[in-house]
Design a binder for this molecule. Structure first.
Ligand code: THU
Length: 159
């Protein structure tokens, strides 16, 4: 028997350390929180994705009185992109979230279901999705969803 260490590497930085393009995508995610429909949680999540050809899509959480019908901001953005540009790979995803006090100080990380959908996106296009998680204290940069999902489940596991 042996213990196996599963390690992750992510980067923490300040907005000023990012390129203008990266800051612009984060700004889009912040703006997307304005379109959020969150009358139950009052937690507004915005997401923005950029495709390989530079096209961008936004998404935001869409809540429902039947709570499980709610869709997170991340999936709203990813599915909007994939519905409209099904053959163009997605290279980047930025996420920001606001509560009644404003944008969260700590970056908000995607829920388990969204992580699985981001993983499927990487598999679908055979390309990592670089993820930017915005918080007023700073930004987490994650090079691939694999950093947040050790022992993930993909199609290959069924073969
Ligand atoms: N939510 C997201 O949109 N993304 C996440 O990563 C976490 C949670 C939404 C779902 C729901 O509308 C609200 O935040 C509270 O859970």
């Amino acid at each position: 028997m042996k213990e196996i260490q599963l390690t992750s590497t992510i980067t923490f930085c300040q907005l000023e350390e990012l390129s203008a393009e990266e800051r612009a995508l984060i700004e889009k995610a912040k703006q997307a929180t304005e379109n959020s429909y969150a009358p139950y949680s009052h937690f507004n999540v915005g997401a923005a994705v950029r495709l390989n050809d530079g096209t961008e899509f936004i998404g935001c959480n869409q809540e429902n009185a039947a709570f499980p019908a709610t869709v997170c901001g991340e999936r709203t953005a990813l599915f909007a992109a994939q519905a409209q540009c099904p053959t163009t790979p997605i290279s980047q995803l930025a996420i920001a979230a606001r509560n009644e006090n404003g944008f969260t100080a700590e970056p908000v990380s995607p829920c388990g279901v969204c992580r699985q959908v981001i993983l499927e996106t990487e598999e679908r296009f055979s390309q990592p999705v670089k993820i930017y998680l915005y918080g007023t204290n700073g930004v987490y940069i994650i090079d691939s969803i694999h950093q947040l999902m050790p022992l993930s489940f993909v199609d290959a596991n069924m073969r």
